[in-house]
Ligand binder design. Structure first.
Ligand code: IMP
Length: 180
């Protein structure tokens, strides 16, 4: 497999993670979750839009009884000291006493997931964890424990496999990084 260069809007991107590696890493993550959540009937909460491909490929490999629901986050909100608080949209499930696993596409500064976890914690889940496809450890600005990470990556902007650049690139089967 050779790296491919593509142009999205005004930027060039080069192949960074091929589909085969993404799927292999998701399979390892699913194995971990199948072990940790046996008999717990977890509720997976996939954060749209970015996590749709990750959620689909992960869920195909989850063998334990589980529920899946989809939420979105509003794009504005009042400022807290840690950044923008994004309101949860579309959450109809009762989290009381449930083992909840949030599915994220990427954790960068951690502002988004930190705010999300704080709001979900108030709904009294039995446990609350995050499974993310990608994590940029150098960028993380919160002391949050991201227990399930398919791949840690450097501080590069990436697109593909659900992730977008100004709306483009979500459909790509591989992940590309920006050419600097
Ligand atoms: P955070 O709040 O800084 O952790 O950012 C999380 C959100 O920013 C993700 O859910 C993405 O929507 C977006 N994001 C962060 N880094 C990237 C990237 O490299 N490519 C595409 N979107 C990104």
């Amino acid at each position: 497999m050779y790296p491919r260069t593509i142009t999205l809007n005004d930027c060039q991107f080069k192949t960074y993670l091929f589909e085969e590696e993404i799927i292999a890493r998701i399979t390892m993550l699913a194995d971990q979750l199948n072990t940790d959540y046996a008999e717990k009937r977890p509720l997976f909460l996939a954060v749209l839009n970015g996590s749709f491909m990750f959620a689909a490929d992960l869920m195909k490999r989850i063998g334990v009884s589980c529920d899946i629901a989809f939420i979105r986050l509003s794009s504005y909100q009042d400022m807290a000291s840690t950044g923008k608080v994004k309101e949860i949209l579309g959450l109809t499930e009762n989290l009381d006493g449930r083992h909840v696993v949030v599915l994220e596409d990427i954790v960068d500064t951690g502002h988004t997931v930190n705010s999300l976890l704080q709001q979900l914690q108030q709904k009294n889940p039995a446990s609350l964890e995050v499974a993310t496809l990608l994590l940029k450890p150098e960028c993380l600005q919160h002391k949050i424990d991201i227990k399930y990470v398919a791949k840690a990556i450097p501080n590069d902007f990436v697109v593909g496999y659900g992730l977008d650049y100004n709306g483009l690139g979500r459909n790509l089967r591989d992940i590309y990084k920006i050419v600097s």
